[in-house]
Design a protein around this ligand. Structure first.
Ligand code: CP
Length: 305
């Protein structure tokens, strides 16, 4: 694996290798042994052209735990603001000795463009591109599901909300189907589901109560207002009434169902606070597991055992 740009087409064996490696880092962290010298002397550049709290920070922590030199470029204070092209920025950072780029960009495909133009031996990780893909989010979600549920091949998983604009949902669907989850459901209004989503191997539900029945995992998604380009938005109150996850609706899922959310959450829009903070929620463990999963991805890309 040279770059991690998408989950689509990534073999199950590669996904399992990343999850297994991440498990080693989780176990080490539990034993208070967090830092390894794997990327000592390597430079990792975090390039976030779009806002982030979790992804940017956990990549930075992960790279530091691998002993890399980490540079998180402040895009707003960079020469991008003076009109420098994306590829000129990349080539200048390569001239400073970059070994790996972690890239988030509002344009779908931007990390792919970078990967086509970097020098051999330089690695690119997609940290979220437009509405296209967010592979490390899907991997940390798979890690979380495996942690709580064990076997993927007996599960019913529901992804709820704005699937249309969600790079997370697209990557999750590819990961879940690749790992053999027999029933992946997407639940949302017609206007927030991609045309032909069934072709990805999912069951479509428009009624939240119907879709939640007997599921093992519920993944809630935020309305991606920033990607709707002035389309007619559902009001927050209207969306919550039909698609907001409340304790009463969650009771339709299996009694031991887990509730996930990639964040950021909009409380009172897609999820009610008692659910977000309740006994079924694994939303904060997702964030913690993200560090180990991103360590695993960077270590494997760098060819380190
Ligand atoms: N899940 C996720 O990508 O969160 P951030 O936007 O905070 O990185």
């Amino acid at each position: 694996l040279n770059h991690l740009l998408t989950i689509e087409g990534l073999p199950a064996a590669h996904i399992r290798q990343i999850l297994d490696r991440a498990q080693q880092y989780v176990t080490m962290a539990e034993q208070d042994s967090k830092k390894v010298p794997l990327l000592s002397g390597r430079s990792v550049f975090n390039l976030f052209f779009e806002n982030s709290t979790r992804t940017r920070t956990t990549f930075e922590i992960a790279a530091k735990r691998l002993s890399a030199d980490v540079i998180s470029l402040n895009i707003n204070a960079s020469s991008t603001a003076k009109g420098e092209t994306l590829l000129d920025t990349i080539h200048n950072l390569e001239a400073m000795g970059a070994d790996m780029f972690v890239v988030r960009h509002a344009e779908s495909g931007a990390p792919f463009l970078i990967a086509r133009h970097v020098k051999p031996g330089v690695h690119v990780v997609n940290a979220g591109d437009g509405r296209h893909a967010h592979p490390t989010q899907a991997l940390l979600d798979m890690f979380t599901i495996r942690h709580y549920k064990g076997d993927f091949t007996q599960l019913r998983v529901a992804i709820v909300g704005d699937i249309l604009h969600s790079r997370v949902a697209r990557s999750q669907i590819h990961a879940l189907t690749t790992l053999g989850v027999p029933e992946v459901r997407v639940i949302g209004p017609k206007t927030l589901l991609p045309t032909g989503v069934e072709k990805l191997g999912v069951r479509v539900f428009h009624d939240l109560r119907e879709g939640l029945r007997d599921v093992d995992v519920v993944i809630m998604l935020r309305l991606q207002n920033e990607r709707m380009n002035g389309a007619l938005l559902p009001s927050a109150q209207e969306f919550f009434k039909h698609y907001g996850l409340t304790q009463e609706k969650l009771a339709l899922a299996k009694p031991d169902a887990i509730v996930m959310h990639p964040g950021p959450m909009n409380r009172g829009v897609e999820i009610d606070s008692p659910v977000a903070d309740g006994a079924h929620s694994v939303i904060l463990p997702q964030v913690t597991f993200g560090i180990a999963v991103r360590m695993a991805v960077m270590g494997i890309l760098a060819g380190k055992q």
